[in-house]
Design a protein around this ligand. Structure first.
Ligand code: ZN
Length: 147
C-alpha cells in the first residue's frame, strides 16, 4: 500500500507530543455508522483494487472519510495524490482496503502509520461490518465504537 504525496499533506498537522503518545487513552474512540458504510461501499466498488482515503474526526469521533480526487487504483496499490487536497488539521489518519483476507498492516503501511496520524483503518475482503480493524501509529490495535 503506497500513498504517494500523502506525506506533505498530512505534515500540515502538528506532531503529537511525547506526552500524548504515552497517553493510555486513544484520542479517537468512535466512528459514525454512516462513515463505516461509506468505507464499506467504497471498498466494494474498488475491488479487486484497493481504495484509500483520509479520516476526519471531530472530537473523539470519526465523522467523515475524504475520498481523494485523482486517486489512481492499480492492481495492488491505491495511489493517492494527496497534494490535491488542502492541509486539513481535522484529519487523524488514513483508511484503505485490502483485497486479501487480512486487515493487518503491511510493512509499508506501518511506515506510513508511524509518520502520519494516529488512527488508521484497514478493511479487508469481503468488506463487511466485521472485516475492518483500526490501528494506532505504532500498528497496535485500537477499538472504535460504531455510533
Ligand atoms: Zn495496506
Amino acid at each position: 500500500m503506497i500513498l504517494v504525496g500523502f506525506i506533505d499533506w498530512l505534515l500540515g498537522r502538528e506532531d503529537e507530543t511525547p506526552n500524548q503518545r504515552q497517553r493510555s487513552e486513544h484520542p479517537v474512540q468512535k466512528i459514525e455508522k454512516e462513515v463505516l458504510e461509506t468505507i464499506i461501499e467504497s471498498a466494494k466498488a474498488a475491488h479487486p483494487n484497493e481504495f484509500a482515503g483520509a479520516l476526519r474526526a471531530e472530537g473523539d469521533t470519526i465523522t467523515a472519510v475524504l475520498l481523494v480526487p485523482g486517486t489512481v487504483q492499480g492492481a495492488r496499490h491505491a495511489v493517492i495524490r494527496m497534494n490535491r487536497l488542502p492541509v486539513d488539521r481535522s484529519v487523524v489518519g488514513v483508511v484503505h482496503s485490502h483485497p486479501s483476507k487480512s486487515a493487518r498492516p503491511s510493512k509499508e503501511d506501518l511506515q506510513l502509520f508511524g509518520k502520519h496520524g494516529h488512527t488508521h483503518i484497514i478493511i479487508h475482503h469481503p468488506y463487511t461490518e466485521t472485516t475492518w480493524r483500526t490501528w494506532n501509529h505504532r500498528g497496535e490495535p485500537v477499538h472504535l465504537d460504531v455510533v
